[in-house]
Design a protein around this ligand. Structure first.
Ligand code: PGA
Length: 242
């Protein structure tokens, strides 16, 4: 794994935004996979700024988000789609026809997961997949478990994950959906290149285990060790146990 450590979270975010802008220049038709969460917010702000400055052109890019809550319409204020509209999509020149999202409100959620896998395949696969990491080591919504699922699938969210996402639902963990749809570990590991960003001391233990620990479904991020192109963008706090 290629680990870059920055003094602050803002510096890590700025470096990652530049990394993505470079990828857009080198490969205008790039297929990106995108995360939500607090961590990518400053990276998305950086990309909006780079776009405004004329150095990040999304016009030919395609995006797939990693996950979405089940039972939630795209237009719901707590949906990841709404999050992405607010933090990235409305500030860059993505073609709306090339923005792909899991529909958490689909009548048949298993069929929706199959549809998403087929769409990723039809787009030629994911070139560059950006990731955060949950405080419990989840990536996407692949939660710690006895076994991991390879393909896009329905997940039952860990209690810690519903607490972490309460801010999207009026601060009340009880209002966070108990289920979500997520790219699977195989979907993630099939991407051409992976970039994981983590900031803050809360992530330090998972980051240390992700890099140095055994492969275990109890720490889904540990499976990133199997991929040949993984970059980690960390601040000092997240890297403090390395
Ligand atoms: P966070 O979430 O950035 O809000 O910590 C990360 C994640 O759950 O992937």
């Amino acid at each position: 794994m290629n680990v870059s450590i920055f003094d602050t979270a803002d510096e890590a975010a700025a470096a990652l935004a530049s990394r993505v802008a470079r990828a857009l220049t080198e490969r205008p038709h790039i297929v990106l996979a995108l995360p939500t969460g607090r961590t990518p917010v400053p990276t998305y702000a950086g990309l909006r700024r780079l776009h405004a400055a004329g150095t990040a052109d999304f016009s030919r890019a395609t995006t797939f988000n990693l996950d979405e809550f089940a039972g939630v319409e795209a237009s719901h204020p707590g949906s990841f789609r709404t999050f992405m509209e607010r933090h990235l999509f409305t500030g860059v020149n993505l073609n709306s026809g090339r923005i792909h999202f899991l529909n958490g409100a689909a009548a048949d959620l298993d069929a929706e997961c199959d549809r998403y896998e087929a769409e990723i395949e039809a787009a030629g696969g994911i070139d560059l997949l950006l990731l955060g990491i949950g405080g419990n080591g989840h990536i996407g919504f692949n939660e710690p478990a006895d076994e991991l699922v390879a393909r896009t699938h329905r997940v039952r969210l860990a209690d810690s994950t519903t607490r972490d996402n309460a801010a999207l639902f009026g601060g009340d963990p009880a209002r966070v959906p108990r289920e979500a749809l997520s790219m699977g570990m195989g979907t993630i590991l099939k991407a051409g290149a992976l970039v994981l960003m983590a900031t803050g001391e809360r992530k330090a233990k998972c980051i240390e285990r992700t890099i140095n620990g055994p492969l275990t479904p109890r720490l889904p991020a540990s499976f990133l060790q199997l991929h040949r192109s993984v970059e980690l963008y960390l601040d000092q706090a997240a890297a403090s146990l390395l």
